[in-house]
Design a protein around this ligand. Sequence first.
Ligand code: PMP
Length: 356
Amino acid sequence: MSVHNFNSGPSILPKTVMEEASRAIIDFNGTGLSVLEIGHRTPLFQDVLQEAIGSVKKLMELDDAYEVLFLHGGATTQFMQVPMNLLDNNETAAYCDNGIWGKKAAKEASLFGNVNVVADTSDRSHTYIKKDFAVPADAKYLHITTNNTVEGTQWHQYPEVAVPLIGDMSSDIFSRPADFKKFSLIYAGAQKNMGAAGVNMVVVKKDILGTIKRSIPTIMDYRKHIEAGSLMNTPPVFAVYVSMLTLRWIIAEGGLKEMEQRSNAKSALLYNTIDSLPVFTSRIAKEDRSQTNAVFFLSDPQLEAPFLDLCKKEGMVGVKGYRTIGGVRVSMYNALPISSVQAFCDLMKEFATKNG
Ligand code: PMP
């Protein structure tokens, strides 16, 4: 049976990346060493890290005002590391609470300073993106989650604000071109569009650093990581290596424009199918629908379990909605072929015919 991987994260990666990574576990670039056994300060790993950093800069069209870091942890680490580096106890940071991840980010920030939730979409169960909100001029920064992995909404146009903008891009990183220079800091856990879990990519504009009085533990200090070139201590070598391979793949396939075209085609196919079949229903405001994580429901909740059973039987992996939301969630990351979305839509139609 062929398997279609719609996991929300860790999630599907390009097959060629996994083949090359598998070979490198046995023999890295003909060195007779596994990628798991190379020292992180050797030229072998230096090349990997420099290619990864260079690829991020190229794809995001960043200038020298920005640094790219590969740091330990998941995006959750950044929920804490961002305010620890940027927010003093007596200062206020603005946060958009568009769902579970934004709320968690705001909660962590409140350990370091004041948090002003300037947009909260819980009034409509986080089914839309609130765009008309004001950010106080003295806010240290505004934090947004560019794609809400759990709720299925996405910012299709980033907010224009006078304060530094910070984006958690964990679930739509490298899925489309954008003016990334609008952001002062971008972070993403690697486990979705980028590579293996265990490493974060952080893009930071140097001018926002060094503006607080707090002492920062060395391993948490962005400036110390910049000085050390992401090599303050042993980085997650394999996770960085897989990210480098995936970034190489994105560039070879045509870059962010191509990723966006594929994403447009996949998400249009799925959303058109949902909208055409009364058995299924989407609660998300149309203009805010996520291109990477489509969240929808069975119009008759009694049909949810039989539909999910059918998906399981037919090799549709990872389509059960998040545990607090229920329903169906179909994640369509860069490496997912449109043929998988087509197979899923065919199954939806078959189910609708039998249960309509
Ligand atoms: N932010 C977003 C948008 C996410 O999707 C996730 C994970 N799904 C996280 C943060 C948390 O990431 P991690 O589990 O890697 O800490």
